[in-house]
Design a protein around this ligand. Sequence first.
Ligand code: CP
Length: 315
Amino acid sequence: MKNFITLNDLPDLHKAVNLAKSLKENPYAYEVLGKQKTLGLLFFNPSLRTRLSTQKAAQQLGFSTMVMNFSNEAWALEFEDGTRMQGIRSEHIREAAAVVSQYCDMVAIRAFASLTNKKQDEAEIVLKSFAKYAKIPVINMESATGHPLQAIADALTIKEHKTKHRPKIVLTWAPHPKALPHAVANSFTQMMQVQEADFIIANPKGYDLDKNITKNISVLHNQSEALRNADFVYAKNWCSYETYGKILKTDDEWMVTKEKMNLTKNAKFMHCLPIRRNIVASDEVLDNSNSLVIDQANNRTFAAQSVLKLLLDHA
Ligand code: CP
């Protein structure tokens, strides 16, 4: 594996999840593998879990880490070739990626969708430009269209908590006051495509995800019907994909509540965090012992460690 931009870069998703599980059992099994190597973490957007868990993962493999907030600390980057750089963008990706490659042995990048231009977002200009011009492996810490580290952590969490071979798992849209990207929902869906599970997506009309990602998956527009007899409920907001970047619904009708969870088979509740309480899900749902949100965040460390180890093995 040369880069980790999407889940498709993994040689085998199940093996990556199993590696994450074994690293959780023995986090320091490869504590010198990354010795004298440096992981750079570049953030174009805020983070709590990704920033800390990826650093922790790297440190458990012996790496040193360097973190930079590109949004307010670095020169604004130009990604277009052949442009006359007269505006606010002071540094071209060609130089920036080459320079970062001298200081680091791997670089992890977070760069969210703009949600204003679907074509540009889907081109993944930041991640793909770094992958093109850097001389080191590039790791996706959430891009415009995917959050594959989150999906590995979610797969591990489900593996740890499932009590039957083929659980019913529902990804349900939930409300949010801000327009949020599709990255988490996309990667969760891609990950679920290869799991032994009855997987359903529930979202209001107008919120269907990219059909290239949801192909072969049932999408219901009735949340209660979808939740019936579920073993896992994964809540997540995303903005409209069809009316790109727009919020079409803000009322509480789709909030995950205790009453909604009562429709399930005593389901486990999942969310990638951060979560807006009593908007996305009620306090009762989050504070219930069936909530796995803190377990998911913990598993982010071992998901990242698994990916770093696979990249080191390839180096
Ligand atoms: N789930 C997740 O990626 O959290 P952060 O945005 O805090 O990193």
